[in-house]
Design a protein around this ligand. Structure first.
Ligand code: AMP
Ligand code: MG
Length: 545
């Protein structure tokens, strides 16, 4: 076997930028940074604000590696200056993009990068394109009534969760760095008149692109059909592979390609949502402006993790009334959002049939992906149709019927030696006991329902003939032991606000290997403590960030 010579990492000044978004798409001609509506353009030039005292809180070495960056450079003061927006590297070309969106089901008009500033696109040594984007680096023409800033609380949540999701195997935007600006930002967390000053922070996000459903919707809403076509073709050739159009492609070839692209976006979206459902992630604000066409989880705001399995749960207090974005609703909302994207692209195709077909494709992809997902979560060899669907559905009903920690339950079920299970009246098997929150809920009725299910599961597993070890390995590969529980993120926030970043580093490390047993970190494999039930940030979050 020949071994590849290890290439030396590069310094910050050696990053290669190739800023296609600004090179190929039309700019808003106005150079000043005032709030405005724009037309016939995809973005505005804007510089990040200058801040008082950039300090690095943490960086993700895997993301630095994607950029070929030397770790020593990530710890330099120059790095903190650049990734709070105080300095630009040669080749950077800062801009904010224009998009619209449906918020909570209503068309909200122009939104845009209100506090995100793109620095440019790096092409790494393997030829991969990575867009760098600062979140919280000051106002842009799209900031509307807000300040363009972000606070440590929400930035820390975004930084840790994007990396945690990546290591869980769920498609996501990445985070290179979390920095403090050294400035204070006023926030009223629950919009109830209790504003406080919080430390300002910036996350540098990294993704192949940050293009959202709302980018297409905005151009369609303005009736800018030529630009819509230009933007779509740009996206197809730059952010996707296999969708490049020949220059002399005919009208019908173009239409077919747009539809094939849309069908692909449907598939990517289904795969992303299945990932969320597998690990118990609730996005919290699935507005169409928060949907990536690459099927990446984007815009970590008032997201949350299911602790006790409850399909009706949403962490977002701003959505407490309608619970539009509750856990169990996410697959339907993704579909609703795809319909909005279809509507936006429709003027370029003028035929509904291919869109209907692609949307049906979303349903099929979701259904078969869901089947594969529960099959692996339960450690079965293959999905055997209706009986297995009923087995999984009945388990989820059981999980919701008493307070059951979703993460702990599935992990413990993997450890549980089901072949040797003998039902004992009035008892929860000791291997599963750690998943339950409230002892008094484990009454005879519940125990007998659980036993009934376990006996069915036992028979099903026996039929598969897999060894306990095989089943355990299969299940542990998809049922994480460590997720960024809301209260754990809050502990890291409390400490970071007091200048102690050690838990951020520790969590980043634990969450790198969410499927591995890490006995030294088993404080993070535990039920949510009682104090976290009603604490702000742990059970309730808002869009204020
Ligand atoms: P979100 O609900 O976070 O997805 O944000 C919706 C819109 O509001 C997007 O256009 C954001 O860029 C913008 N936005 C959110 N927070 C701020 C802020 N502090 N300053 C400026 N714009 C913001
Ligand atoms: Mg957003």
């Amino acid at each position: 076997m020949s071994s590849q010579p290890q290439q030396q990492p590069i310094g910050l000044s050696e990053l290669t930028f190739d800023n296609r978004f600004v090179a190929e798409l039309p700019a808003d001609p106005q150079p000043t940074n005032e709030r405005r509506q724009i037309t016939d353009a995809c973005y505005s030039h804007v510089l990040p604000a200058t801040v008082a005292a950039p300090t690095l809180v943490a960086y993700a070495r895997e993301v630095a590696e994607l950029l070929d960056l030397d770790e020593a450079d990530c710890e330099s003061s120059e790095f903190a200056q650049i990734f709070t927006g105080n300095q630009q590297l040669p080749g950077m070309h800062p801009y904010a993009t224009c998009y619209g969106g449906h918020q909570f089901g209503n068309w909200a008009g122009q939104l845009g990068d209100g506090r995100a500033i793109n620095l440019g696109e790096v092409v790494n040594r393997s030829g991969q394109r990575w867009a760098l984007q600062l979140k919280g680096a000051g106002p842009t023409p799209y900031s509307r009534t807000a300040d363009g800033l972000a606070v440590l609380r929400s930035s820390l949540r975004e930084f840790l969760c994007s990396e945690a999701m990546y290591h869980l195997g769920v498609p996501t935007t990445r985070a290179l760095s979390l920095t403090l600006t050294g400035e204070q930002v006023l926030r009223d967390m629950f919009y109830d008149g209790n504003a406080r000053h919080e430390p300002g922070a910036v996350v540098c996000r990294v993704a192949p692109s940050f293009t959202r459903f709302g980018h297409f919707q905005m151009l369609a809403a303005r009736g800018e059909t030529d630009l819509l076509r230009q933007f779509l073709e740009y996206t197809m050739r730059t952010d996707f592979s296999g969708f490049e159009l020949a220059e002399d492609a005919s009208d019908s070839e173009r239409k077919a390609a747009y539809c094939a692209w849309f069908a692909h976006v449907c598939e990517l979206t289904a795969d992303m949502v299945i990932g969320w459902m597998r690990v118990g992630f609730v996005h919290g604000v699935m507005n169409t402006d928060n949907m990536s066409v690459l099927g990446l989880t984007i815009d970590y705001g008032p997201y949350g993790w299911l602790e006790n399995y409850d399909p009706d749960w949403t962490p977002n207090t701003t959505d407490a009334q309608g619970r539009r974005y509750r856990f169990g609703q996410q697959p339907h909302i993704a579909m609703w959002n795809l319909v909005q994207l279809a509507n936006a692209i429709y003027p370029l195709v003028e035929d509904t049939a291919p869109f209907e077909q692609a949307l049906d494709g979303y349903g099929h992809r979701y259904e078969s992906g869901w089947a594969d997902m529960v099959t692996s979560k339960l450690g079965l060899r293959a999905f055997e149709g209706d009986a297995d669907k009923a087995l999984a559905d009945d388990l989820f009903t059981l999980l919701a019927s008493v307070e059951t920690d979703m993460t702990i339950f599935f992990r413990q079920l993997g450890e549980f030696d089901i072949a040797n299970y003998r039902a004992a009246a009035g008892e929860v098997p000791s291997a599963l006991r750690p998943a339950y929150y409230v002892e008094t809920q484990l009454d005879d009725d519940f125990c007998s329902r659980l036993q009934g299910w376990l006996s069915r599961y036992q028979a099903r597993v026996q039929r598969d003939g897999q060894s306990h070890t095989q089943r355990c390995i299969q299940m542990h590969a998809v049922n994480p032991r460590y997720v960024l529980r809301n209260y754990i993120a809050q502990l890291a926030i409390d400490e970071a606000e007091n200048g102690d970043f050690s838990r951020v580093a520790e969590l980043l490390d634990v969450l790198r290997r969410p499927y591995d047993d890490q006995p030294e970190h088993d404080q993070y494999y535990a039920l949510r403590p009682d104090w976290a039930r009603q604490r702000a940030g742990c059970s309730m979050l808002s869009c204020s960030s």
